[in-house]
Design a protein around this ligand. Sequence first.
Ligand SMILES: [Zn+2]
Length: 293
Amino acid sequence: MRLKKNTIVGALTLAAVVAIALPLSATFAETSEAEESAFREAVKFGFSGQEIQGGVMLGDAPAGTRSLSFNGDPVPVDEDGKFIIAFNRDAGQSAQMVATLENGETVKKFFNIAPRKWKIEHVNVARRSGGPSAAFMARRRPELAQINAARQVRSDSKGWRQTFIWPAKGRISGMFGSQRVYKGEPGSYHSGVDIAGGAGTYFVAPADGVVTLAASKPFSLEGNLLMIDHGMGLNSAFLHASAILVKEGQKVKRGEPIGRIGATGRATGPHLHWSMKWNKARIDPILLTGPMR
Ligand SMILES: [Zn+2]
């Protein structure tokens, strides 16, 4: 039975490859709908999530899948076939996943990424010119090095598999992806979601994870910065905290208090800035939590 199924996969994969190589008219009739659905059934890749800019998808690979890659980069697959991929805020329209199945066959999946309408604000003010000062950069460089090092940590946390919860409840005062354009010159977009909150209010871990950075003193922009790895390249950063309640290397559980909301670093008032990344992709946290209730 198992052998037979593999044989079917092999034959149909070959048919699919031939179909790409030949003109449509020659092969269209030969690839019946029944065959195609049998092929999909045999391959059994499942996905949940949104195929949109800043979106995240949880995938389900068939048993025995040997390897996966997404846009050329390897993607780890958990023991039961679960994996995660995500689309950057500025992702182009298409992305490609390539999988090598148990029997050595290679299959491809194409994603058609829907663009988002980001909140763009045009302001009639010039961007500050001259760039950052040497003094600022001298302070900034080691901070960026710490942030990058924290992002390299790959814990075995299973938080990435969970449904994320809001780390704090309150008015959303800034959306992911929004951007200011200064006299035609775009500034950098907002990398997370801002939740306005009372100074000192607890915020909690949105999912299980491991603390990869707990600033011992405020960073110049982020203030008291806390970063958590949720596993499989997915991580969260929490900015402007008035206090951090956890230590680097510590495991945290979803819903566990991890810090207090503040206005440290570059902030106009107390709020929690929560940003998320999957590898290099900046993603929209709301797409993991759903709307705040
Ligand atoms: Zn923010």
